[in-house]
Design a binder for this molecule. Sequence first.
Ligand code: NAD
Length: 476
Amino acid sequence: MTYLSDLYIDGTWRPASSGDTLGVADPATGEVLARFAIATEEDCLDAVSSATRAFPAWRAMAPRQRAEILRRTFETLTAEQDRLIELIVAENGKAHADAAAEASYATEFFRWFAEEAVRVAGDFRRSPGGDKDLVVTHEPVGVALLITPWNFPAAMATRKLAPALAAGCTAVLKPAAETPLTAAYIVDVLRRAGLPPGVANLVLPHPAGPAVARMLAHPAVRALSFTGSTEVGRILLREASSSVTTCSMELGGNAPFVVLPGADVDRAVDGAMVAKMRNGGAACTAANRFYVHASLAAEFTNGLTRAMSDLRTGAGSDRRNHHGALVSAEERDKVARLVDEAVAAGAVAHFRAVAPDSGAFYPPTVLTGVQHGSTLTRTEIFGPVAPIITFDEVDEAVSMANDTEHGLIAYVYGPLEDALGVARQLDSGMVAVNRGVASDPAAPFGGVKQSGIGREGGFDGIHEFLETKYIALDAL
Ligand code: NAD
């Protein structure tokens, strides 16, 4: 397979001005797939200048014309879905089925926002005093800096690029150093769909360097859309404060999965498998803590164990594998450390599957006897580990579920009326009721508390890239 591995600036693929590169490896084998250009600060500022120059014409382009470019991007990605899946598997390591689900979710953002590009509405009304007419419009904020993580290399890029471009913003995309190849491919599909030079640029500076701060301080950069850890989110919020740049933050999660008395256990197990194992557990939406009513705990634990033991772990390139590699040996070791510490503190490894010895694989694991409040229940595990905690009273489950600094998503299984009652009490941007997955390009994705600020997708997503303008007129 050949890979695009240069920077994309002003409509041209080019190496870094320093000539520096960084290896991108297949986590299943450790094999270096490509060497990606590492942008200098000057390369990054060049990308911002190119987006700045392209902005006036792009914002002035008819929304329908912008929409058509996004629609063609959707069509090309649909036609080349296998290529997109292959890229995700190669650099992220996830199972083929997970990559296929991501590819289709990612592609859909271009269709959704092609449709939204022509529906940005304002309003016009008489002032209460009758002396003025109030005209309210929504305009693109300017250049948007888009920063994405490695766990969904395609979807996190498209969930930002599509609404930013639909809104009339120009963009600089900075993918994660572990997974830039998918992002480069997507940007090239936009180019092939007719996106004018400079409208979307791609840079990969050294993550620890000052390039992101320099871009954020640039006066033309008016929006930052970040997906990643809460820790890095806090740093970027501080950096963005110097230029008072609009921030949209999709940060970490610590999702509770609550099984209420009277729940259909088979259905809850099916949902748990999706909520926990989608993306090998490396998802901000992954169920991180299972609170199961004592009357159902044994049945649920056994059901989950049976389902986990049916999974085959191995390279995503082999379609027979259901569970792939984590993105790196460091991520695998982080998960292993968390589990070892929990077991040392009294948790029981009720089930641990087998996984290949070489490569960044961690086996699906079920832990029982976990204490609410332990490190494991306070940390985003980001791996295939299901800690089970039992409860007797529903109020107790609600209070444990809410006892976290995060609030991205929660899962509730139970009789509909009871589950809805609990859903209303959960401090969470999203709640999936009797379902193991909630994400949909047409729905607002985002969290409360330290899980973030703003929403992506749905009707709200485009507004992260729009500014409200009010024009006052004498009453007509
Ligand atoms: P991360 O925060 O380490 O990195 C995310 C991005 O920020 C990467 O592009 C990285 O290179 C960059 N980055 C890191 N340090 C930086 C710095 N000091 N300045 C500027 N940029 C910097 O996150 P990750 O490990 O790549 O991804 C996992 C995290 O992402 C998890 O916490 C997960 O919950 C979160 N996530 C959230 C969502 C959501 O929508 N809420 C979705 C996916 C992932």
